[in-house]
Design a protein around this ligand. Structure first.
Ligand SMILES: Cc1ncc(COP(=O)(O)O)c(C=O)c1O
Length: 361
């Protein structure tokens, strides 16, 4: 049996949790500020502001940039729904873009609409084609909010994603490359005003201990979550290295007809290792019969979700992509042997399919 996902609650994490609970305030304890400082150092930004989820990171970033009812914000339709819901939550209008099939990332040239901000998603931990997004942002004179919720540690032209745009947003949800064993998020920026604004917004719009001058929320990261995050951050590079090794084993052992969804321009961190093949359903079924777990990220592109259907988007590449993709097991604890068995089972389907095609010819 090969599980789709597995995670470990290590002794180092247990000790950090108990230490934080025994010695710190449960809310806004010392671990929160240390985690923020260490995360900012890791990403290479001046500031990091922790919040209670990736969705909150995106929402507060947009609000701090002045996005409101009269605004339009571009994002990609191939993503988790939060990449677009954060736009609706501000009252702004989402403009959903089609994608590049090679890496599943935004094709900014699939829309000509003007906008007030752009949210490129580094989907699956693949850095997007940032140059094209930046060119459009410069043309429109609008900020970029990177949705780096799946891309902790990924590099684009030698720089960490989350440090490229005006703001970067991260999620620490359980399945991410690093987690706080629950929900959590981080905003990264070099902009002091955005840092101050998001710090206040996550804390009920607090101006001083007793004054509130804006409409804010309770979106702080708990101290115990930050303590776990600090341990995870220390191990992020080694976990990402293992994920890259796993991707290399897949690449080497999969039939040449199998395409992995990657962008050779960036250094990915393989939040998901995603296969693209027209026999996706057959591959998924065969793996399931052999006790190998898989998932689809995402079976329904955002524009086809019930909440977004009223916008009537037609984004054919993303729709076709959703029919062909399959996320394979990719967690660091996976053994080389488990990856090779998975490849063997995938190849069995593809070879059978190729033989049938030969006979038909
Ligand atoms: C691309 C992307 N954006 C945003 C989010 C939202 O993060 P969270 O689940 O922490 O709110 C996620 C997480 O699932 C994500 O994968």
């Amino acid at each position: 049996m090969v599980k789709f996902f597995d995670t470990k609650f290590t002794n180092e994490m247990k000790i950090a949790v108990l230490d934080a609970l025994n010695n710190e305030k449960y809310v806004m304890g010392e671990s929160v500020f240390k985690f923020e400082e260490e995360f900012a150092n890791y990403i290479g930004t001046k500031y990091a502001i922790s919040v209670n989820s990736g969705n909150s990171a995106l929402q507060l970033s947009l609000i701090s940039l002045g996005i409101s009812e009269s605004s339009k914000v571009i994002t990609s339709t191939t993503s988790f729904i939060a990449s677009a819901n954060c736009i609706l939550a501000t009252g702004a209008s989402p403009i959903l873009c089609d994608i590049n099939e090679e890496d599943g990332n935004i094709d900014i040239n699939s829309t000509n609409e003007n906008c007030d901000a752009i949210i490129p998603v580094h989907i699956y931990g693949n850095p997007c084609d940032y140059e094209s997004v930046k060119a459009r942002a410069e043309q429109n004179k609008v900020p970029i909010v990177e949705d780096a919720c799946q891309a902790h540690g990924a590099l684009y032209k030698g720089k960490k994603v989350g440090s490229l745009g005006e703001v970067g947003c991260f999620s620490f949800y359980t399945t991410k490359n690093m987690t706080v064993c629950g929900d959590g998020g981080m905003i990264t920026t070099d902009n002091e005003e955005i840092a101050n604004m998001t710090r206040s917004l996550r804390d009920n719009g607090r101006k001083s201990p007793t004054e509130h001058d804006k409409l804010g929320f309770t979106m702080r990261l708990n101290t115990v979550s930050a303590a776990i995050g600090r341990v995870q951050l220390r191990h992020l590079d080694e976990m990402n290295k293992r994920k890259r090794e796993i991707a290399a084993i897949y690449r080497k052992n999969l039939d040449e007809d199998c395409i992995l969804t990657e962008n050779p321009k960036g250094e990915a961190v393989y939040h998901q290792i995603v296969l693209r093949h027209e026999k996706r359903n057959e591959i998924m079924e065969h793996l399931s019969k052999n006790d190998i777990g898989t998932m689809i990220h995402y079976p329904i592109p955002i524009h086809k979700q019930p909440l977004y259907e009223k916008f009537n988007y037609n984004l054919p590449k993303a729709e076709d992509f959703a029919q062909k993709i399959l996320s394979l097991p990719s967690y660091p604890a996976l053994t080389d042997e488990e990856v090779k068995i998975t490849c063997e089972k995938i190849n069995e389907v593809i070879i059978t399919f190729e033989k049938i095609q030969e006979v038909i010819k």
